[in-house]
Design a binder for this molecule. Structure first.
Ligand SMILES: Cc1cc2nc3c(=O)[nH]c(=O)nc-3n(C[C@H](O)[C@H](O)[C@H](O)COP(=O)(O)O)c2cc1C
Ligand SMILES: [Fe+2]
Ligand SMILES: [Fe+2]
Length: 401
């Protein structure tokens, strides 16, 4: 239960949730997560963010290695979502803070979540500063990244950016810093978090990075509320660059094929389409929805140039896992994709057409009509599927070089 020093008198006092697999009820977190909280010991003692309910005593235990809970003067609430505020009532009761700083939208959200009429809430906005003695807190509202109340705090004297959910990853580890873990594994977790949570707010992520750059903030530590922190110049530059690519949805020569099938005909179609795509030099991800869930799919979709969705027709529509995945994907607003729909059927055959309508509604370009076939594919029908893959693969190859 030890805190981890980030730089002199700035500590990580969060919690590693090794058991979390279901993040907020809609996203799988195969490797767990962390709820990061930060403590600064200055003339005033400040505690940033909090943890999910049930983890408060562990955070307080960690904090108690540095200061007594009642010595905490200020609480800073950068984000009111329950994974960062669930332990707040316990924390307020134990620390009896002099002030609780939050954004205007943060105040509104706090009042909607908690019985907090007697909490000493003080509203801060972009540009507001608070002195801790030797250090200053500079607040930067990041509204809708990904809730209205999101805010970042910058401490210029140390170059510490406490970034709330931005730059976060769901990854439970004993290590706390990016330089202590494998970067490509970290990159995957960063992508997965962004693609499943931040993607619809990509323009706001881009604007926030632009703001940080135009303000000329000398960021030396990036401390998100989930996962690993970044403390070397290389890692800080790396995570900011990667976020720019994520926010721009920078595409690769890659296609994702997502499908569900009862008797494998739609699956055989997917394999045939994939071979046409591979002929054109694309990286292909085949994702059977019995093996992958919608958050796995989005982790692959964000940087794909083409997305193919297939389903057998089931009771005059698509199979339920496909409907789930399309509903989820639509909400995350992937941009600039080429789409393709396919599926086997027995009599009425609605699925492929319904999928095509969904993909069109998501703004995808649909250069090839949905491919459907009766029951079990013939060689000729599989060849037509391969041709669909080849056609779309060529469009992607021409576009991305
Ligand atoms: C429970 C059930 C319901 C089905 N409902 C429809 C339907 O409403 N319309 C249709 O065209 N085919 C329907 N089918 C037939 C399947 O679409 C057909 O068997 C198809 O070839 C299955 O493709 P798959 O091998 O990819 O699962 C249904 C099949 C099952 C088992
Ligand atoms: Fe959040
Ligand atoms: Fe969070």
């Amino acid at each position: 239960m030890h805190p981890v020093e980030i730089c002199k008198d700035v500590y990580w006092v969060g919690v590693v949730d090794w058991d979390c697999r279901d993040f907020h009820g809609y996203m799988t977190a195969p490797t767990g997560t962390t709820y990061n909280a930060f403590l600064i010991k200055d003339e005033k003692v400040a505690l940033f963010d909090s943890v999910k309910a049930g983890h408060g005593s562990e955070m307080l235990c960690r904090l108690a290695h540095v200061v007594k809970p009642e010595e905490v003067d200020y609480l800073i609430v950068n984000h009111v979502e329950m994974d960062h505020s669930g332990a707040l009532p316990e924390l307020v009761a134990r620390t009896k803070p002099e002030k609780i700083f939050t954004s205007p939208m943060g105040e509104r959200a706090l009042r909607a979540h908690f019985d907090c009429a007697d909490w000493p809430i003080e509203v801060v906005k972009t540009g507001s500063t608070v002195s801790l003695g030797k250090r200053t807190l500079q607040f930067l509202e990041t509204r809708m990244l990904h809730w209205p109340d999101n805010m970042a705090t910058f401490i210029p004297e140390d170059g510490v950016l406490i970034s709330s959910d931005a730059f976060g990853q769901n990854w439970a580890t004993s290590e706390r810093f990016a330089d202590e873990v494998n970067r490509s594994l970290l990159g995957k977790q960063l992508d997965r978090y962004f693609a499943n949570i931040v993607l619809p707010f990509s323009p706001i992520a881009q604007k926030t990075i632009e703001t940080i750059e135009t303000m000329g903030l000398d960021v030396r530590f990036v401390c998100p509320d989930h996962g690993l922190m970044f403390r070397t110049p290389e890692d800080v530059a790396w995570v900011i660059e990667r976020y720019k690519e994520l926010a721009a949805q920078k595409q690769k020569k890659k296609a994702v094929l997502v499908f569900d099938t009862m008797w494998h005909s739609t699956e055989r179609m997917a394999h045939a389409i994939a071979s046409g795509l591979m002929e054109q030099g694309l990286t292909v991800k085949l994702m059977n929805l019995h093996m992958f869930d919608h958050s796995d799919v989005m982790e692959e979709v964000w940087d794909a140039a083409a997305v193919f969705v297939g389903s057998a027709t089931h009771n005059n529509g698509m199979l339920p896992k496909v409907a789930d995945m399309l509903t989820y994907m639509k909400g995350l607003k992937p941009k600039g994709k080429i789409g393709g729909a396919f599926g086997s059927y027995g009599w009425s055959g609605e699925a492929a057409k319904d999928i095509a309508a969904w993909l069109t509604d998501m703004g995808m370009e649909m250069p090839v009509a949905p491919v459907r076939l009766l029951y079990v594919p013939t060689h000729e029908q599989l060849a037509a599927c391969t041709e669909m893959g080849r056609t779309i693969g060529k469009l992607v190859a021409d576009k991305l070089g």
